[in-house]
Design a protein around this ligand. Structure first.
Ligand code: 2P0
Length: 320
């Protein structure tokens, strides 16, 4: 009745933005991501027949605002006739700030709940259950380069290349901490309803994904860099064109983009991507990681940088 699981966030190179079914949280587009290794969420979970309700702590503090989403996810994994659960989540990076903390949290939650309840869902089923809670979480069940295919009724997720096949590195430039002004869910719904660019975004996604998939299979960094930056900037253009507009960037985000452009001009193997928050994620060839981190550390407005390789999917840990 007790389990501990760990999952790492993932960073999308071809982005999930938009929902084909809001109630079932089915993505409108396919996506491709990399799973990280050194940032993590560890989820301890115990089903306890003595409890009168579910209880959630995030980094040692009660988190009632997130409890409903967590309880619903536990119902999906363990059934509504389950015992109530005591859930403790710890992360070693800022939460709710565009660093994909909900991805690692829900991926770890479904793995821990499945084990504690003895539900016996397979990995693909757990990915779907995590995705119902947070679309990007489905990808954190898997290692390395991960593709999510969004069907009409359900998603399929798989690893298309492992960490060792192409050991890219990620440097995250943290430019602001604290929760984002508009949740991803709300921002996606607003984008679909109001952005004149949303239909083009949907139309072009399959072509972007094909280019990125080929680039990963061929270890073609320049090809991946070009399509990933383009896909990221298109996603943000959809948001900027929404009413009211959704702008997650700050001045330091743009300063970081200029830093990346300068590094590229100097011949370093690096590109950027930005999610629903003001942090810039630099994806680098291993030999460029040190120079990229040093340059982002020096960039005006950067609070700190985090460095990661590519890592494994969500998995059980031994209870402490
Ligand atoms: C992604 N993002 O592919 C995209 C790019 C943010 C920008 O998936 O509404 O928290 O809970 O399914 O998973 C962040 O959205 O959204 C996200 P919901 P989620 O990583």
């Amino acid at each position: 009745m007790q389990a501990v699981a760990q999952a790492q966030p993932n960073i999308a190179l071809i982005k999930y933005w938009g929902k084909r079914d809001v109630d079932r949280n089915l993505p409108a587009v396919d996506s491709l991501s990399v799973t990280l290794d050194s940032l993590w969420t560890r989820m301890s979970l115990e089903f306890d027949g003595q409890l009168q309700h579910d209880a959630l702590e995030v980094n040692g503090v009660a988190a009632p605002a997130m409890l409903q989403r967590v309880s619903h996810c536990l119902d999906l994994v363990a059934g509504t006739d389950r015992a109530f659960a005591r859930v403790e989540s710890k992360s070693n990076f800022p939460i709710a700030a565009g660093l994909a903390s909900s991805a690692s949290a829900f991926a770890a939650l479904v793995v821990a709940a499945d084990d504690a309840a003895g539900s016996g869902h397979g990995k693909s089923a757990l990915a779907r259950l995590a995705g119902a809670a947070s679309g990007s979480a489905a990808r954190s069940l898997f290692a390395g380069f991960v593709e999510l295919t969004a069907g009409d009724t359900r998603i399929e997720v798989c690893s298309i290349s492992d960490c060792a096949s192409w050991p890219l590195e990620i440097v995250v430039a943290v430019t602001a901490e604290g929760p984002k002004p508009v949740s991803s869910t709300e921002a996606m719904i607003r984008s679909a309803r109001t952005s004149p660019f949303y239909s083009s975004w949907l139309e072009q996604q399959a072509a972007d994904l094909q280019i990125a998939r080929d680039a990963v299979q061929q270890n073609d960094f320049a090809k991946l860099a070009a399509v990933a930056e383009h896909n990221c900037l298109k996603m943000h253009s959809v948001m900027w064109g929404s009413r009211p507009p959704i702008v997650y960037w700050n001045q330091a985000t743009i300063a970081c983009m200029e830093t990346i452009r300068a590094l590229q001009a100097d011949g370093h193997g690096v590109f950027f991507t930005i999610d629903a928050g003001p942090q810039l994620k630099a994806v680098c060839l291993p030999e460029a990681g040190g120079a990229v981190r040093a340059a982002l550390d020096q960039t005006s407005g950067v609070l700190k940088t985090l460095h990661s390789g590519l890592g494994q999917g969500a998995r059980l840990l031994e209870p402490e």
